[in-house]
Write a protein that binds this ligand. Structure first.
Ligand code: NI
Length: 174
């Protein structure tokens, strides 16, 4: 997805503090948002491909876990002030399509992993200072510093975007 960022989250005004709290709440709610989107879906529904080239709900869940694992590393690299840190990019479509990564397997391990990774990162986010938000590295595909503030905005939105996508895989939704 395309990266956009509002700079306000990286300042230390009262408005920015509210914005930060809201972003952290949004980050924390990701697993529940995903669970709600999946509620009651059968295996057949999880494997329904709404159109050629689009992901199934099952594939989206594995993608969310794998993306969170990448995000988990990025946050820690940023917060550890890794010198000259450049984000490691990964090809999400190649991961979803690689037979060895088995995006057709049961959901449970990826749901557990997504929740656990996010719970761990949440503990770090709850301790952030305003200056931590400005810690930054670079991203080969983003034309601005890849800061903790940008990370938080992008990663907080991620399960919301994909929950919408899961709802669109349901029969009659698209
Ligand atoms: Ni995604």
């Amino acid at each position: 997805m395309t990266a956009t960022a509002e700079p306000s989250v990286t300042s230390s005004t009262p408005e920015a503090a509210v914005a930060l709290t809201e972003l952290i709440d949004r980050f924390a709610s990701g697993p529940a948002v995903l669970d709600a989107a999946l509620a009651g879906m059968t295996d057949a529904e999880l494997d329904r491909r709404p159109a050629p080239g689009e992901w199934t709900a099952r594939e989206i869940v594995h993608h969310l876990a794998d993306a969170e694992a990448n995000a988990f590393v990025r946050l820690r690299q940023l917060l550890s002030r890794a010198p000259g840190y450049t984000v490691q990019v990964w090809d999400q479509d190649a991961w979803a399509a690689a037979p060895a990564l088995a995006y057709d397997r049961p959901l449970e391990s990826s749901l557990t992993l997504f929740g656990a990774l996010r719970a761990s990162s949440l503990e770090l986010l709850q301790r952030l200072t305003p200056s931590d938000l400005e810690l930054a590295g670079s991203h080969p595909e983003i034309d601005q510093p890849y800061s903790v503030g940008l990370w938080l905005r992008l990663v907080s939105d991620h399960p919301y975007d994909h929950a919408d996508q899961i709802r669109r895989t349901r029969p009659g939704a698209a």
